[in-house]
Write a protein that binds this ligand. Structure first.
Ligand SMILES: [Zn+2]
Length: 536
């Protein structure tokens, strides 16, 4: 009898458990903010709509919005955001199109049809049931803790690293990866390629190298960690690219030279040239797998990083960086407009490219473009950019057996230049320093300590310097592109105590500076850079 009651209780529980629905919510100019304020579970942001997961109990929350139920009782792994690169592809052969938004489609995949779909010229991103981290929501954004982008200033060590980039080494790594013939994620050749990358990270002196398994049967992600000398290991920068590949002859043949041995070789080259330098922050070199099936490897990594509370300063993802359709080729740098706001990070990367390389760049601000390994980091609230040769894809060998050196990979000089730019930005983010030398301290003089209140403000900032050391102290303020916008000379006080001055947010000509992020430094006696946010 007791058993029966228990059974009835159990059955009741199952039915009482809230049903879930996949819902499309139309977005207005406030985008995700009103949804986040209602604490709704946002799974994806497209151009016109958000994809939201609701339970019965959320009905009141969703009522104020214009919405439509797309599917009841959604099962994890059934839904993909798909962008066909070939307009002749009929997606209805592979699944039910639940939503068509701009160029993007939400597809409920038919059982067993994923493999044949991904062999086509499509870009694809699996919809995760883990909600996006959205500003204004109840889950704090990891950006709020460590979003300090350093100013892009000339640094001879960064120049040295860029100069160490060797085109021959990059090409030999692309050749080796291509020679696996296939790097289809579940093929044993892809596991072998993971082993090759693992050995490279070890050879280049990474402090830790590990294989991170995700989807069963899939080759693992390969992660190389170079520890920083000052900050804890949970604060780090990432350079990444996927090393798996696809083609219509997969799993047997998928050489993927441009897509994406090129981006992988850039990661390996970064590990090589940075091996002889020390940095304040840790660096992670990551080669992701399972990208072509819907970003499985990076989704696993980013969600785990977020759940562990990792502070990622920025993610530089390179995916297809070696094909030119026209000369000179321009690199497309994709950054998310909001949630998280990645434009300062794209500006930072472009300033680094402008300072240290001859690379031409084109900033592309987007609400969507979720089709490479940067996207799972966006969803978890981390700063990330995606570097790609062209978008839409212009490479005729994309996802074909012809994606080889000389065909799909046709511009080695461009690949080298992108690699240099990525390394310059990565080095600046991680902050290089000379080993064994106290760089910023002069013998016999106290280091200057700089504070600014407030760091987010409209007009008046109070700058304090301690101790008031002898002689004038030079203050410099740069914008995010590294341009010097204001300098001030401050006379120290007689007492040698704290010294304060006011700054009214104007530049050297007395003009009010526009809103945005600025960086302040006080001469060479301090290592500090203070980030200021100017509100207008
Ligand atoms: Zn790719």
């Amino acid at each position: 009898m007791e058993k029966k009651i228990l059974l009835i209780l159990l059955v009741t529980c199952v039915f009482a458990a809230a049903d879930e629905y996949l819902v499309r919510v139309e977005l207005n100019e406030d985008r995700l903010t009103p949804l986040a304020e209602q604490d709704l579970k946002i799974l994806a942001e497209l151009e016109q709509n958000a994809i939201v997961l609701i339970e019965d109990s959320d009905v009141e929350k969703i009522r104020p919005f214009s919405y439509q139920i797309l599917n009841a009782k959604p099962q994890e792994g059934d839904y993909y955001i798909v962008l066909p690169m070939d307009r002749a592809i009929d997606l209805t052969l592979y699944g039910d199109i639940l939503l068509h938004d701009g160029d993007d489609h939400l597809l409920k995949i038919h059982t067993g049809m994923l493999e044949s779909l991904v062999k086509k010229k499509v870009m694809i991103s699996r919809l995760s049931s883990k909600p996006m981290i959205v500003q204004g929501g109840t889950t704090p954004s990891p950006l709020l803790r460590h979003a300090e982008l350093p100013a892009v200033l000339y640094n001879y060590m960064v120049q040295e690293m860029v100069d160490l980039v060797d085109p021959d080494t990059i090409l030999s790594n692309v050749q080796r990866l291509q020679d696996y013939v296939t790097r289809y994620s579940t093929h044993d050749s892809c596991f072998a390629a993971a082993g090759y990358i693992f050995d490279k990270f070890v050879a280049y002196g990474c402090d830790t190298v590990y294989l991170q398994y995700h989807e069963s049967g899939y080759a693992p992600n390969v992660v190389g960690v170079k520890y920083g000398t000052i900050y804890p290991d949970s604060i780090y920068t990432i350079i990444c690219g996927h090393f798996d590949a696809i083609s219509y002859l997969a799993p047997a043949i998928a050489p993927g030279a441009d897509d994406n041995a090129s981006g992988t070789a850039a990661v390996i080259e970064a590990a090589r040239v940075m091996s002889n330098y020390q940095f304040e922050h840790s660096i992670r070199y990551i080669a992701f797998s399972g990208e072509e099936q819907g970003l499985y490897g990076s989704q696993h990594y980013a969600q785990l990083a977020r759940s562990q509370g990792d502070s990622i300063l920025g993610v530089i993802n390179g995916d297809m960086i070696a094909y030119s359709d026209i000369q000179p080729e321009t690199l497309e740098v994709f950054a998310k407009i909001d949630n998280p706001p990645c434009e300062p990070f794209a500006d930072f990367f472009i300033a680094a490219a402008d300072t240290y390389t001859t690379l031409l760049t084109n900033k592309r601000m987007t609400t969507t473009m979720v089709y490479s390994d940067h996207a799972p980091f966006w969803n978890q609230g981390y700063l990330a950019i995606c570097n790609i040769e062209d978008f839409w894809v212009q490479n005729p060998h994309y996802h074909t057996p012809g994606d080889t050196i000389g065909a799909g990979y046709n511009d080695h000089a461009f690949c080298t230049e992108v690699t240099k730019a990525q390394i310059a930005a990565l080095a600046l983010l991680a902050i290089p320093h000379e080993t064994g030398i106290e760089v910023f301290e002069e013998v016999g003089s106290e280091p200057t300590h700089l504070t600014v209140r407030p760091t987010i403000g409209r007009r008046l900032f109070t700058i304090s310097l301690t101790p008031g050391s002898a002689g004038p102290i030079d203050l410099r303020i740069h914008d995010v592109t590294g341009r010097l916008v204001r300098n001030m000379s401050v006379q120290s006080s007689e007492s040698g105590n704290r010294l304060s001055i006011k700054w009214d947010g104007t530049d050297n000509t007395g003009k009010e500076l526009p809103g945005g992020i600025y960086f302040m430094q006080a001469d060479d006696r301090t290592v500090q850079t203070i980030k200021l946010v100017m509100l207008r």
